[in-house]
Design a protein around this ligand. Structure first.
Ligand code: NAD
Length: 260
């Protein structure tokens, strides 16, 4: 039970990667706040995970772009369990357009969810972690933190930005034993990606099978999707690594799509 007695907040954990990470943490004994826009789904996920145990979970309503909502959500977790040891800033969406056609409102929405969300949750958790004598902050980056793809300018910009935030948090957090790292997954079959398959097929004029084979997995070493479990394992590793030896880093989990 690597995370026994630890308290974690995972944003966007009502679905996909966030849920998988929350589940892995509960398996290791953690108390996990499922922080999500969708409170009904967050509560349902929390009930499910508490049943699985041995840790437990609660649902927390949180729009990560709203400072008051973030502060209230983090305060609720601190009031419930007395501390916050791990923050996983994971909530995210995808919006694709050519740059010259990218609606400014969509650009701002993307940067708000990915970057403002990461900043606001970090800002709210740091004082608690300082007081406790340490903590782990994990950002959900992407292979798109490292390279670009057409139509994804806002996503690529935001995911690159997370590397800068993580490195800054590592430098400022060091004296307080607050570690900060980024996970950079390749394509994982979550609702976010399932939605993109027919969209890309239509935009590119190819079949859905070709989107998967060529666009999503064409540059992997084995044509395979990264799984939620793969990413959750890395999130567990970062959460359980207790010294400043590993901070300010990013790990790519992508079946060799991007190698550096
Ligand atoms: P998902 O759609 O399954 O889950 C995203 C969750 O975020 C949803 O529960 C949604 O309600 C929540 N959310 C959205 N906006 C929010 C907001 N403003 N405040 C709080 N919660 C909000 O998607 P996923 O694939 O699990 O993606 C999770 C993260 O992983 C994202 O940051 C995404 O960019 C990143 N990622 C995904 C993949 C992939 O292939 N699926 C690859 C690399 C990185």
């Amino acid at each position: 039970m690597t995370l026994k007695d630890k308290v974690a907040i995972v944003t966007g954990a009502a679905s996909g990667l966030g849920y998988g990470i929350a589940k892995r943490y509960v398996e290791e004994g953690a108390r996990v706040a499922i922080a999500d826009l969708k409170i009904d789904a967050a509560n349902a996920a929390a009930a499910e995970l508490t049943k699985l145990g041995p840790g437990e979970a609660i649902g927390v309503e949180m729009d990560v772009t709203n400072e008051d909502a973030v502060n209230a959500g983090v305060a609720k977790v601190a009031a419930t369990w007395g501390r916050v040891d791990i923050l996983v800033s994971n909530a995210g969406i995808q919006i694709v357009h050519k740059i010259e056609e990218f609606p400014f409102a969509d650009w701002k929405k993307m940067l708000a969810i990915h970057l403002d969300g990461a900043f606001l949750t970090t800002k709210a958790c740091i004082p608690l972690m300082q007081k406790q004598g340490g903590g782990a902050i994990i950002y959900m980056g992407s292979v798109h933190s490292k390279e670009a793809s057409p139509l994804k300018a806002a996503y690529v910009t935001a995911k690159h930005g997370l590397l800068g935030l993580a490195r800054s948090v590592a430098k400022e957090g060091g004296p307080f034993k607050i570690r900060s790292n980024v996970i950079c997954p390749g394509f994982v079959r979550t609702p976010l990606v399932e939605k993109q398959i027919p969209e890309q097929a239509k935009t590119l004029g190819i079949s859905e099978e070709e989107v998967v084979k060529k666009v999503m997995l064409g540059q992997t070493v084995d044509g395979e999707f990264t799984t939620i479990e793969d990413v959750a394992e890395v999130a567990l590793f970062f959460a359980g690594f207790e010294t400043n030896a590993l901070t300010g880093q990013s790990v790519i989990v992508s079946h060799g799509w991007h190698i550096e």
